[in-house]
Design a protein around this ligand. Structure first.
Ligand SMILES: [Zn+2]
Length: 253
């Protein structure tokens, strides 16, 4: 009983924090089985294996008036490109930051309009949330986003089908790259998580909003330094997808 309560507590906390892959918390299907089923669609991704030393840094929940600009500054220093899964409502509030993301070559992607966890379960509401956020992003960047990251990484068939029907690829993140930066484990710990097991095609999750992100910014500067020292470059998720496809035999595309 106590164990169950503890699990429920962890689930609720992580839903609020928006960081854990909750995909299977309430299901008996093992994560890897469920993942394989969705990967077969060819439109749901965790890792995006490529031949080159490239990774995709991704930032959820922004833009944030304090931290997003600091993150953009750090990325610019290394000419690193990233993907920002913005919340539509926040993008409207801080349009200049989204414009700057696009202007500096980053990818702006859809993370719903309001980021209300419970809404994610209703296809009709999710469709509205995606459309509304799409419009905000298009008005600010000039293009419609093609990537969607579900809130708190929670996905099921309805969510995936709704996103796919709206023309999105669904992007989760590499399981071995769970930075848990939302839990503020210390900048060194975030750096260690990423650097200790970097592989070509990793999709690495961070948060540029939703609380004090000082540790994320500090960790990012060190991560960029170490990645580049080790011959890695940072690109957008869509660029990884393009490269992953371009070396597949035509029959598998
Ligand atoms: Zn989120």
């Amino acid at each position: 009983m106590k164990k169950k309560l503890l699990l429920a507590g962890i689930i609720i906390f992580s839903m609020l924090a928006g960081g854990l892959p909750l995909a299977n918390a309430a299901s008996d299907t093992p994560s890897s089985v469920k993942r394989a089923k969705f990967e077969k669609t060819g439109h749901v991704f965790w890792d995006i294996p490529v031949n080159e030393k490239l990774v995709a840094l991704t930032f959820d929940d922004g833009p944030d008036p304090k931290y997003t600009a600091q993150i953009l500054d750090a990325l610019a220093k290394y000419n690193a490109k990233a993907t920002f899964f913005v919340i539509g409502e926040e993008a409207e509030r801080y349009p200049e930051l989204v414009k700057r993301q696009a202007r500096e070559g980053h990818e702006v992607a859809n993370h719903t309009y309001r980021h209300h966890f419970r809404d994610g379960h209703s296809p009709a509401v999710l469709k509205r949330e995606l459309d509304k956020s799409d419009k905000v992003i298009k008005d600010l960047t000039g293009y419609s986003p093609s990537l969607f990251r579900p809130i708190a990484g929670y996905y099921d068939k309805e969510i995936v089908d709704t996103a796919l029907a709206s023309g999105y690829n669904v992007i989760l993140w590499s399981w071995h790259q769970e930075t848990r930066d939302w839990s503020r484990p210390g900048a060194n710990k975030i750096v260690e998580n990423v650097i200790s097991d970097t592989r070509p095609g990793d999709v690495i999750i961070f948060h540029d909003a939703g609380g004090d992100r000082t540790q994320t910014v500090k960790a990012l500067e060190r991560i960029l330094e170490l990645l580049y020292k080790n011959g890695y470059k940072c690109t957008t998720v869509s660029d990884l997808l393009y490269r992953a496809n371009s070396f597949l035999p035509a029959t598998l595309r």
